[in-house]
Structures are given as C-alpha cells and as structure tokens.
Design a protein around this ligand. Sequence first.
Ligand code: TRP
Length: 442
Amino acid sequence: MSAPISRDGFSSKFGVVAAAAGSAVGLGNIWRFPYVLGENGGAAFLLVYIFFVFAIGIPVLMSELLIGRKALQSPIGAFKTLAPNAHWHRTGLIGVICSLMILSFYVVVAGWTLHYTYLSISASFVNHTRAQIGGNFNTIAQHGVLSFSWMILFLGITALIVLRGIHSGIEKFSKILMPVLFFLIVLLAIRSLLLPGAWDGLAFLFNPDFSKLTQKVVVDALGQACFSLSIGMGVMITYGSYVSKKQNIASTSVAVAFADLLIALISSIAIFPAVFAFGIDPAQGPGLVFVTLPGIFSQMVGGYFFSIVFFVLLVIAALTSSISLLEVLVAYGKEELKLSRKTSTFLFFCVVALLGFFCAMYPFVFDFMDHVSANYLLPIGAFLIVLFIPIVLKRKETRMELEAHGKKFRFFELYYWIIAIAAPIAIVLIFVNQLGVLDGVF
Ligand code: TRP
C-alpha cells in the first residue's frame, strides 16, 4: 500500500509539542498517577517511575514518532509499508484493541469530571463537610446509569472534535488549553501545601522507603509510565505521521516527557498534602482525586470559582487525550477499512459506548480494563515497537529519520543501545519476574 500523498498535518513546532503533550497529559497525570502512587506506598514508586520515563519512555516515544513520520500512516498501515510481507502489522492491531480498552474506562472517569464540573457549579463543595464530599464520589461511582450518562456526553464531544480533523480540531484545542491547565494546578499545589499537616504528604511523596519496593511497584511504574506518555499502542505513531520532516524528533520527545512528568509531580504535590491533612487513606484507589481536591476547594478562598475552572480544565485535559485515542481508531477505520471519517467516527463511538457501559456498571470490568491495558498491553506494545527499529529499520534508516531536520543526533548510539538491547531485556525481565520464575534469583 502506498503512502497518501497529501496529509492533514500540524502547522508548527509548538503545535506538535502541544498536541503530543496534550495526548500525554491527561487523567493519567492528574487522576491515575496519584492513585497508583498512593497504592504503591509513595516515594519509592516515584523513583522507579522517573527512572522508567527516562530510560524507557523517551526512547520509545522517539521510536513511535519516527516510525509514524517515516511511513506517513497510522500504525497498521505504517507497519505494512515499512515491513511488507511480515507480521508486524499485528502490532498495530494490538494498538487498536488497547485503544478500545483504554477508552472504555477513560471515558467513564472523564464523565466523572463532567459530573464534578456540574457539582462545582451547583456549589456542592462550598461549606460541605469532608464526609459529604466523600459521599459525592460514592454516589457517582456506585450509580452506573449516572456515570453512563455523563460518559456518553463526554464521548459525544470527543467524537465531534475528531470529526473535524487534525488541524482545526486537535491542534487548536491543545494549544490554547494546556498552559491554562498548568497554571491552575500550580495554584492548587500552593494551596494544598499551606494546609496544616502538609508536611506528611511531602514526606510520603519524596522520602523513599525502599522496603516498599516490590515487584508490583515495578510493574505498576512501568505501566503508568507507558500510560502517561501515551506510548505502547501507536498513538504517537499516528501523531508522528502528521509531524513535518523539519522537526527534531528527539527534542520534541524530551519536551513532551518533561511536561508530562512535571504535571504528574505538581498534581501529586497538590493531592498528597491534602490526603494527609484530611486523614484520607492514600491507597484508596480511583476515587482519590475526586475526594481530596474538592476538600481543598472547600477550604480555599475563592474555592467556588476555582473548582469550576479546575474541573472544566480537567475535562479538557481528558479531551485532548481521549481525542488521541479515538483518532487511532478512526484512522484505522479510514485507512484500513476504507470508511469515510464520518462513518468511522460513528462506528467507533458506538463500540466505545458499549464497552464504556460495562465499565460504568461493573467496577471489576473497569479495573480489568485499567490494569490489563496499562500494565500488560502497553509494555508489550512498547517492546514490539522498539524491536521493530533494529530488526526492520536498522541503524542507517533510523538515523536518517532522526536527523531528517538536518542536524546530527549526538546521542544516537545511546538511543540505539537502549532500544535494541536494554529496553527489550528490561521489559522481558520485568514480566518473567512477574510470573515468579525468577523468585529467589533477585
Ligand atoms: N496519556 C494519557 C493520559 O495520561 C492517556 C492516553 C492518551 C493514552 N492516549 C494514550 C494512554 C495512548 C496510552 C496510550 O491521560
């Protein structure tokens, strides 16, 4: 199959970074990161997480962008073009399945953020006790129909944006909204640090207790790193296909990873002081953000106003990410099933709505989709994507693509060593260890 001649694309460097960071920064940073960190005992998890972002995350992100830009296609088409007559396109298929699984619970949480926007507007946090605020979360989490209704609204908005195409839809939204979101989280973090007892939260976050470093911490940290950077399933291959040859893929990847890490850290600095100040269990799971943040708003001057702005922005952060997930499915429908953008969008709207229904109704389906996609499918996808480079593209072509903007890439050897040797071995070891085969060896 030949590459399409002209493609809709991003117009500027800032546009690419903002859109890729827009995909990366989302509920994964503000909702998932704190809750997974809380479940894994704090600072030790954070260290392992940071290590994975740099050692595996950035090289994988670069690899995805370069594969997409080289092939000018969405994942399945990209693998077919670059490796004809091979089985690599099945990797793209894993991506499509993964995207469906992630979207199905992601839109449920995004629906909760819409519900919380509504609660903010109706002043449900102002002058309420902590018990009442906690009750708000139980209401939505245990009320499948309510969750489902908000979810459909959110999914509908996502589909409308994806329908408008790359340039006028995704890029425009990301560019305006990301900076505002950043500003607001910083403000929340400052307020949270001023709560009495904030110090315990910081200690939990930054004072590592290595006895807490278990196999689960390592698996969860790798899964969260993949999830948060949107890697391992081809979102960034699709985005790479819209990046111009003039752009530096390495520096773009580093910028995206830093932005992503920074927002996860600042969110945690907003959340954990409040967790300890309010006496909440840090390991309480997916409800963590929805219980702590309203608690801070209720104690904040201007809390009414800020909570509305915050939840609106959280909806938007979720949107820029869900757009990227849906775009993978829609691009698949367009390029592989030969559907029009409209039909493809409608088809996947229906499929995700159905899967989302089960996530909203049954918490075990939600947990299954959340943990299996992030902790297993994404690392496996990342493993296959990095191997694709040494096996199919090889050194010379990889280098050419990374240096297509006309400058030498100084860390090429390090990059190549990581993706060809270190990262695949690390990922395999983590999984083999998970199966218990290496018990007693480490
Ligand atoms: N990274 C996003 C977040 O943190 C979620 C996301 C968007 C994603 N696209 C993805 C995760 C692709 C994995 C793969 O909220």
